[in-house]
Design a protein around this ligand. Sequence first.
Ligand SMILES: NC(=O)c1ccc[n+]([C@@H]2O[C@H](COP(=O)([O-])OP(=O)(O)OC[C@H]3O[C@@H](n4cnc5c(N)ncnc54)[C@H](OP(=O)(O)O)[C@@H]3O)[C@@H](O)[C@H]2O)c1
Length: 275
Amino acid sequence: MTNTKPVLILGGTGKTGRRLAERLTSQGIPVRIGSRSGSPRFDWEVPATWEPAMQGVGAVYISYYPDIAVPGAAETVGAFARLAVANGVTRMVLLSGRGETEAQRAEEMVKASGADWTILRCAWFSQNFSEGFLVESLRQGEVALPVGPVGEPFVDVDDIADASFVALTEPGHVGQLYELTGPRLLSFADAVAEIAKATGRGIRYIKISHDEFTAATAAYELPPEIAWLLNELFTEVLDGRNETLTDGVQRVLGRAPKDFSAYANETAATGIWSN
Ligand SMILES: NC(=O)c1ccc[n+]([C@@H]2O[C@H](COP(=O)([O-])OP(=O)(O)OC[C@H]3O[C@@H](n4cnc5c(N)ncnc54)[C@H](OP(=O)(O)O)[C@@H]3O)[C@@H](O)[C@H]2O)c1
């Protein structure tokens, strides 16, 4: 990557992309936000917007929306990667997910595109509890999900942003797949208990059935693809297949990943979970 060409950050206003943009900008590396609010506008659903967004950039960070586990994501991400290579943009960092058929297919598509790739295959983000769909339930004091005691190694998005920054700015990361997890397995009940402790509030966790969850998401009028996705993640992916810790953060960053309790304490201090 040259120091003068901007990095195109797809999802550059989202959980990981926004933090990567901050890190690059603070080091004087120009960024171009690739999203519907970027300039030029980038929209995954409008392929005609892809090529203008990639003109003159030196590298791309690919965060797909709404989720790389959604059927068809692999074809779309693959088409984008091939178009970028055809436009001379070969350096790519792909944000992927663990234990998801479609995500692993998307990884293969990017590898086959001719890109100089790095893959960050990530666990559930800790920030889903503060910047995602769970924040409102936490404020209201009760989180109800169709998931039991399975352990998930929640990863902090600051670690993902640090890893993507290093991958894009330092040599030695092309052709590397890093599986990024936090340092500890927690059930969703454990995670909610950590947040309750950090906030000093009583917040309950309840395991509900898939039917109850489907009814609850319908009541919240979530877009159908998001409701489908949540059910998919809770029924398929959280079956124990990802109940392992990895050394990905240590390998890229040379330090341990951030623990969920540090995330919970820092985030509680912002007041975001206060009702
Ligand atoms: N959340 C997790 O736990 C997790 C774990 C592993 C992997 N992942 C992967 O991470 C990726 C991002 O997920 P996230 O939950 O963190 O979301 P996010 O990055 O917070 O998503 C929001 C971003 O997507 C952009 N966006 C929305 N609609 C768009 C469209 N039609 N075209 C282009 N950009 C659009 C938004 O900007 P605008 O509104 O300006 O368009 C914003 O920058 C997904 O591919 C997911 O599979 C997530």
